[in-house]
Design a binder for this molecule. Structure first.
Ligand code: QUE
Length: 351
């Protein structure tokens, strides 16, 4: 079961170092990697020679492109529902562990970081972006929903911008990620290797952050568009948001309208409700909600169709069912929020 080559680790300079090491798959998180990472974090929690964790991605393209949803797709096809349950249950349990981790947890986001990749970074205490970072929660494009703690971290984005990001899957650069609070520090990619060398030599984390981190040079897209985003995305229903965009001739509104109407209608309707209902829940109740949604999406049509279109056949032409928002009833959306009874995600005391 263990393929530890996909997760490299060492302890050096008082730091527990982790490298997601599947560069050909953009370091997408497999169930094995989730299990190995869970185990490492447990060991290092009580290891007094580890003062902080640093996690990075192998290769020069990605921190982590997401959860290995292709493996979930294959499991579902072969009738292996146990793997579909275990994957999301263990992934979200890991995300929650990172969220409450008692030591500094530092993610180096120097490249692509999407979906499940944000789950193992944004839930930690320190998220460092470089000018090469590209962050997104693109799941509505594969008939899924922003998971891995996004019910919390998208709801913490100012105004209605988190809802915009979760519905549209918009890609964020470093400045945007900082503005949205998804990132906490900016560092030039040219400084990364000396930053890491200082930590390996035992220099204290906070001193090293102060020595290397800078303010980003430019204002990002989000900061420039936050007023117009709030204007459209603070409407009280998804239908009103889409109508509001349709009647605004600005390039931003028209692009956003075209983006949203290409996504799974079921995903859009579920995500609108997920983020609204999630606002009043505790962090752990939000993770339980996300697990419920994951299991209903795996059973439904659009998740399998979205992965087929984007990751398997790569025709990028998903045929969503139903194809239009107006063909969905509130009752259809209710089914995604139904409790799982004996299969609910539970958070016990750590072993
Ligand atoms: C939307 C997504 C994902 C995606 C593409 C989308 C996602 C995901 C991957 C992915 C990428 C590379 C891999 C892999 C998976 O792509 O969640 O196994 O090698 O994990 O448009 O949500």
């Amino acid at each position: 079961m263990t393929n530890t080559n996909d997760l490299l680790s060492k302890v050096q300079g008082g730091i527990g170092w982790i490298t997601l090491n599947r560069p050909k798959a953009l370091n997408a998180l497999s169930l094995d990697m989730i299990r190995n990472l869970t185990q490492l974090l447990k060991e290092w929690e009580t290891n007094s020679s580890v003062n902080a964790i640093v996690i990075q991605g192998a290769g020069d393209k990605a921190f982590c492109a997401g959860g290995d949803v292709r493996a979930v797709y294959d499991a579902k096809k072969s009738g292996d529902l146990e793997t579909c349950d275990a994957f999301f249950r263990e992934e979200y349990t890991l995300n929650a562990h990172i969220h409450s981790y008692p030591k500094p947890y530092v993610a180096l986001l120097d490249g692509i970081a999407m979906g499940g990749g944000l789950g193992v970074s944004v839930n930690g205490s320190h998220r460092i972006v470089t000018e090469r970072a590209l962050l997104a929660m693109p799941e509505t494009g594969i008939g899924f929903f922003p998971d891995v703690g996004a019910t919390t971290f998208l709801n913490n984005v100012p105004g209605a911008v988190g809802l915009y990001l979760g519905l549209s899957g918009t890609h964020l650069k470093a400045e945007d990620a900082l503005w949205a609070g998804l990132a906490t520090h900016f560092l030039s990619s040219t400084c990364l290797s000396s930053f890491k060398k200082d930590l390996e030599q035992g220099k204290p984390l906070e001193d090293t952050l102060t020595a290397y981190c800078r303010e980003p040079q430019e204002k990002g897209f989000l900061e420039h568009h936050s007023d117009v985003i709030d204007m459209h995305f603070s409407k009280s229903s998804l239908k009103e948001i889409i109508e509001s965009l349709a009647t605004d001739p600005s390039p931003f509104a028209q692009n956003t309208y075209n983006t949203l109407t290409s996504k799974s209608p079921t995903s859009l309707a579920v995500v609108f409700r997920q983020l609204k209902e999630g606002k009043t829940l505790s962090f752990l109740a939000r993770m339980k909600l996300e697990f419920r949604l994951s299991q209903h999406f795996v059973k439904g049509h659009d998740f399998m169709e979205g992965i087929r279109a984007v990751l398997v056949d790569k025709d990028r032409l998903p045929r969503w069912k139903p194809p239009r928002l107006q063909d969905l009833s509130d009752r259809d959306i209710d089914t995604y929020f139904a409790q799982l009874n004996e299969r609910e995600l539970e958070f016990g005391r750590p072993a």
